[in-house]
Design a protein around this ligand. Structure first.
Ligand code: C5P
Length: 257
């Protein structure tokens, strides 16, 4: 087997608890493909830690993990590589529909995003790519094209999906919806620490300005703006450790799965 295995395969093979739940549902008389897998959504602004938390919760439950922001980033990256203009909606939508994007996991456990077979996980984190992603995310038909891809990720034994509109638009019937926040200052400091650890240059004031600008665009866009779903549980992670947030989410999930 290649050293890369799909997330779904890996989570299915090692998750006895999740598979048992799926089997219980089958035993209850319903055909497996007519039973919608449970979904936990984690929405929130850039840098709130939702990716880290969602990944850890998925790991813990043996669920599939969907990083929806990565989808927007991959389309953003591909559009930069192909020099497609920001206002060329038709080409951007076509890209969102057809770009060969895969989510994989290496055997070492790291998740990997592939574009046309090439690993792009690190490149996706660049500010330029994030900025392009947030700009093209305002295009309604592009969001529609990515919606299809996101819905296809909902498979047994379950899905943890993070993004901006997971609980409001993509999975409105989710089993548990979390809205994760942290102050802009804390988010800028976290991002600064990450960049410094990677040996990259960074300045907190610049990062804070970027975060505020992106928040503003995500909150105020006409389509699928970043907003907590009415039935979401809000968690402010400013003064919490990753472990504390994961424990909270698993506690809430435990009552509902
Ligand atoms: O979460 P991340 O920072 O990777 O997302 C990149 C950009 O993609 C966000 O700034 C946001 O504009 C957009 N996005 C979105 N809806 C999602 C996920 C991300 O509009 N569900």
């Amino acid at each position: 087997m290649s050293d890369i295995q799909s997330t779904a395969e890996r989570t299915q093979s090692r998750n006895s608890a999740g598979v048992a739940k799926a089997t219980d549902r089958v035993a209850s008389g319903k055909a497996p493909d007519t039973v919608l897998a449970p979904v936990i959504t984690i929405d929130g602004p850039s840098g709130s830690g939702k990716g880290t938390i969602a990944c850890a919760v998925a790991e813990e439950l043996g669920f599939i993990y969907l990083d929806s922001g990565a989808l927007y980033r991959v389309v953003g990256l591909a559009s930069l590589q192909l020099t497609i203009a920001e206002d060329d909606t038709e080409s951007l939508v076509n890209l969102a529909q057809t770009a060969p994007i895969e989510f994989k996991r290496s055997l070492s456990g790291d998740s990997e995003v592939l574009l046309d077979g090439q690993p792009v996980t690190q490149t996706l984190r660049r500010e330029r790519v994030g900025d392009r992603a947030s700009r093209i995310a305002t295009i309604a038909p592009l969001r529609e094209a990515l919606l299809e891809r996101q819905l296809r990720m909902r498979r047994q034994p379950g899905l943890v999906a993070d993004g901006r509109d997971m609980g409001t638009v993509v999975f409105p019937d989710a089993t548990l919806k979390i809205y994760l926040t942290a102050s802009a200052e804390v988010r800028a400091k976290r991002r600064h620490k990450q960049l410094i650890e990677k040996g990259m240059e960074a300045n907190i004031a610049g990062l804070l300005a970027d975060i505020n600008e992106r928040d503003d665009r995500d909150h105020n866009r006409a389509i699928a703006p970043l907003v907590a779903a009415d039935d979401a549980i809000s968690i402010d992670s400013s003064d919490l450790t990753i472990k504390e947030v994961v424990t909270k989410v698993l506690d809430f999930a435990g009552n509902r799965l």
